[in-house]
Design a protein around this ligand. Structure first.
Ligand code: ATP
Ligand code: MG
Length: 421
């Protein structure tokens, strides 16, 4: 679990704001969901045999002895909320959330135990148009961040639950006689979650998979048509993609389309955004069968990518702490200094004004001002107090210091920082 200090937090805000703007501009509505949910929600919704439920959850007993879990992902909680609030009756939904997720993983670059996801979920849309919309939203994210050339799209068609089950059976039948060749994880998955074997990085396992049955052989005409519809839209939009028949995703609830946005610029932790359709999930969690589709984006990985490849200077967009420093020449003027700062902030939207705290000599106060990168200091002494004025000092020596009325000072700052009309 990491600390995010000011320098990284600036990039974070820049990136998150742009992603959020994309979602809001597409009329997705933001929701906030609890960090803690009943453990059962995840063991049912995510699936007993998934990595998440098997070995990654932070679970605890609360004071009533109920097992609760820090959310490892957002979709199950989102579906629970939709169901509890009756938001899926005769209506469609497009929502998004942003927040921390918790998984007990082996921490490394781009993989943390607390990480931040931006997730979008849609409900009530059975056709591939919504999957194309979700994928195209992703494409717009990368455009907005200037990293589009560094992200590629992989998609796959998992078919219906029944079709996938038939494939699973065939895969198990093929692999079982050769189970001694499989890596240890895959041997275990042969019993619990055989589709995940396709994900294995082990060379011998991958060799064995070469002649394994393929999922496409088990897909019926409706599934194929659905997937072709998605592909046709992506083609028309000129969104490049590859179909990766091995793309299965970690979570149990996916049906039909799954997709991942991947970068090759970050090493092993290359998936920056992943999603798909989950038609079975609402029913699994106690609702009426309702189509669902969504994605989750890993913000830390997007930040790493932005830092690695973007030409953009974050400090130009979101600069450091303050623009103006109000010196307190005499402690008895301190209330007036705080009030002056408030008035100037109101007159000059966007300006950041810091008021000195901790008393001390003017020389030391100006040194502090300089240290925090400020270019203008304001000073109020006894003369200014009685005249209702303020002295403006340009710390980079661009101009002589001036004693001005508050209104004149506001205008001077407006001109200096090029604020407003
Ligand atoms: P991976 O295969 O990398 O473990 P996953 O399939 O577990 O990913 P999802 O559950 O689909 O990931 O989560 C969606 C996105 O959230 C991922 O594509 C990734 O960008 C991000 N993510 C997942 N786990 C972590 C983590 N431990 N630390 C940072 N980001 C993560
Ligand atoms: Mg994972």
């Amino acid at each position: 679990m990491r600390d995010v200090l000011p320098e990284e937090a600036r990039r974070w805000r820049l990136v998150e704001d742009r992603l959020r703007d994309c979602l809001l501009a597409s009329a997705y509505e933001e929701i906030h969901l609890p960090l803690l949910e009943a453990t059962e929600l995840f063991s049912r919704g995510v699936g007993e045999a998934t990595d998440i439920v098997e070995k990654e959850m932070y679970s605890l007993l609360d004071r009533d002895g109920d097992s609760m879990t820090l959310r490892p992902e957002g979709t199950a909680g989102c579906v629970r909320a939709m169901l509890q609030r009756g938001l899926l009756y005769n209506q469609t939904q497009r929502v998004f959330y942003a927040g921390d997720m918790f998984r007990y993983e082996r921490p490394q670059k781009g993989r943390y135990r607390q990480f931040y996801q931006l997730g979008a979920e849609t409900f009530g849309f059975p056709g591939p148009d919504i999957e194309a919309e979700l994928i195209y939203l992703g494409a717009q994210f990368w455009e907005a961040l200037g990293i589009a050339e560094h992200v590629r799209l992989e998609i796959n068609n998992l078919g219906t639950v029944t079709e996938r089950q038939a494939f699973k059976d065939a895969l198990v039948a093929y692999l079982t006689p050769h189970s001694d060749v499989l890596d240890v994880d895959s041997q275990r998955r042969l019993q619990t979650n055989p589709l995940r074997i396709l994900d294995s990085k082990d060379a011998a396992t991958q060799d064995l998979l070469h002649d394994a049955p393929e999922l496409t052989q088990f897909l019926g005409p409706e599934s194929t048509e659905h997937f072709d519809g998605l592909r046709a839209t992506l083609d028309a939009l000129e969104v490049p993609y590859t179909v990766n028949a091995r793309l299965v995703r970690g979570l149990d609830y996916y049906t039909h389309t799954v997709f991942e946005w991947i970068t090759d610029s970050l090493g092993a932790q290359g998936t920056v955004c992943a999603g798909g359709r989950y038609n079975g999930l609402v029913e699994l969690l106690g609702g009426k069968a309702t189509p669902g589709a969504g994605f989750a984006l890993g913000l830390e990985r997007v930040l790493l990518l932005h830092e690695a490849v973007s030409q953009e200077d974050v400090n130009l967009q979101i600069s450091t702490a303050a623009d103006v420093y109000v010196c307190v020449l005499d402690q008895q003027f301190h209330p007036w200094c705080l009030d002056l700062a408030r008035k100037l902030r109101a007159a000059l939207p966007g300006i950041r004004i810091r008021t000195h705290a901790g008393a001390g000599k003017l020389k030391n106060q100006l040194r502090r001002a300089d240290q925090c990168g400020v270019r203008i200091a304001l000073m109020i002494g006894a003369d200014e107090m009685s005249a209702g004025t303020v002295t403006v000092k340009y710390l980079r020596g661009e101009a002589e210091q001036q004693t001005l009325t508050l209104e004149q000072a506001a205008n001077a700052l407006r001109g200096y920082f090029k604020i407003g009309p």
